[in-house]
Design a protein around this ligand. Structure first.
Ligand code: NAD
Ligand code: UD1
Length: 336
């Protein structure tokens, strides 16, 4: 079956492409390379031992998306990753984020064929600063912490609208917590074009010598050691959740379906715990210092994960140590 993967050369998309191929799917990758490099394609071909179908398209341009679906009538599933994801940049350039993330999603939803299963990359950011932990899916959208977060909320609303207006819409919005780590080959991983804003790539780049020091944003939160708590999920577990979601939508007998599912481990880990676990599992020192709180950061966010387990039969297999070792393996290989 042919699965369209938008943003398929990015961090999460590339890992999902590997899993799709391993599970017998054919893939068509669309990406405009705004936050990825074309070299990822050959790495994916090396891992999967397969020539892959890639088209460089900006999904924000309506005519390009229309034309793509006109010429490609064989799409049997869509996983929509393509979006800009830097929280800090979204605060500085909100219009860029609204335009890119919303237009790409509107265009896909508008021109995708009826009945084709649709999986959307959402984020725990839709919950805003949720008071109750672990966060379950009935927690309503909170106040968006950033324009990026707002785009995820609005895209979920667009999907909801499509569901109510169309006769045949089957979709799942996966709300990721904090994906980290890399494929075991060390050939693909998280490699943002600019200075990383996320903890994991920043930490590994410090250890690898590309950056000097990791600043831990605040140690005066109301948590076990004062640093923020997150739910870090191994990228390969996250990738598997997409396979389960697309399989589920393809096989489900009903014509209409929409679910919003948390994808996390359910375990809250503090920033300091993550740093210490990294040091223990790799035997390497992390040069860090404690800095000020980062504006917009939330104190705690970890998932309640029963719903994904019940509906998809998915649960994470990897530990934090596995994820941290794989992240370091990727950084090490990219230094060679
Ligand atoms: P990424 O930046 O590595 O990948 C996104 C890909 O989409 C990039 O290759 C980029 O070039 C492409 N893209 C962006 N806009 C496009 C457009 N208009 N047309 C075509 N391609 C476009 O990011 P990622 O970490 O792989 O994230 C994938 C998705 O998951 C995003 O929607 C992101 O918001 C969401 N998400 C990520 C995280 C995370 O921590 N990484 C957490 C929650 C949700
Ligand atoms: C952020 C976004 C989330 C988005 C995700 C992917 C918020 C509130 N959440 O998640 O919506 O989907 O990025 O882009 O903005 N940290 C440091 N030092 C660093 C970097 C991070 O101490 O140099 C800390 C942060 O304060 C946080 C934790 O590490 O406590 C994780 O941060 P990060 O990786 O940026 O992810 P989130 O902020 O959870």
């Amino acid at each position: 079956m042919n699965i369209l993967v938008t943003g398929g050369l990015g961090y999460i998309g590339s890992h999902v492409v590997v899993c799709l191929v391993e599970n017998g799917y054919d893939v068509i990758i669309l990406d405009n390379l705004s936050n990825s490099d074309i070299s990822v394609l050959s790495k994916l071909e090396k891992i999967t031992n397969r020539k892959l179908n890639f088209k460089e398209i900006d999904l924000g341009i309506e005519d390009h998306v229309k034309d793509f679906f006109k010429k490609n009538t064989n799409i049997e599933g869509i996983i929509h990753f393509a979006a800009l994801k830097s929280v800090g940049e979204s605060v500085r350039k909100p219009n860029k984020y609204f335009q890119n993330n919303l237009n790409a999603t509107i265009n896909i939803l508008k021109y995708m064929p009826e009945k084709v299963p649709f999986v959307f990359s959402s984020s725990c950011t839709v919950y805003g600063s949720a008071m109750k932990q672990p966060i379950n899916e009935s927690t309503p959208h909170g106040i968006a912490e950033s324009p990026y977060g707002k785009t995820k909320q609005l895209c979920e609303k667009l999907i909801n609208k499509k569901f109510f207006e169309s006769k045949n819409f089957k979709g799942i919005s996966l709300r990721y917590f904090n994906p980290i780590g890399a494929h075991q080959s060390g050939l693909i991983g998280e490699n943002p074009k600019n200075i990383p804003e996320n903890l994991m790539p920043y930490l590994t780049q410090v250890v690898g010598g590309r950056r000097k020091v990791l600043t831990i944003f605040g140690d005066d939160y109301d948590t076990k050691d004062g640093t923020c708590i997150r739910d870090y999920i191994h990228i390969m577990d996250l990738a598997e959740a997409h396979i389960k979601a697309i399989d589920y939508l393809i096989n489900i007998k009903v014509t209409k379906f929409l679910e919003f599912l948390n994808i996390g481990t359910g375990i809250g880990v503090s920033v300091l715990e993550l740093v210490k676990t990294f040091e223990k599992s790799t035997g390497l020192k992390v040069n860090y210092s404690i800095g000020k709180r980062r504006p917009g950061d939330i104190e705690k966010a970890y998932a309640q994960t029963n719903k994904a387990k019940q509906i998809l039969g998915w649960k994470p297999k990897y530990t934090l140590t596995n994820a941290l070792k794989s992240a370091w393996n990727w950084e090490k290989k990219s230094l060679i």
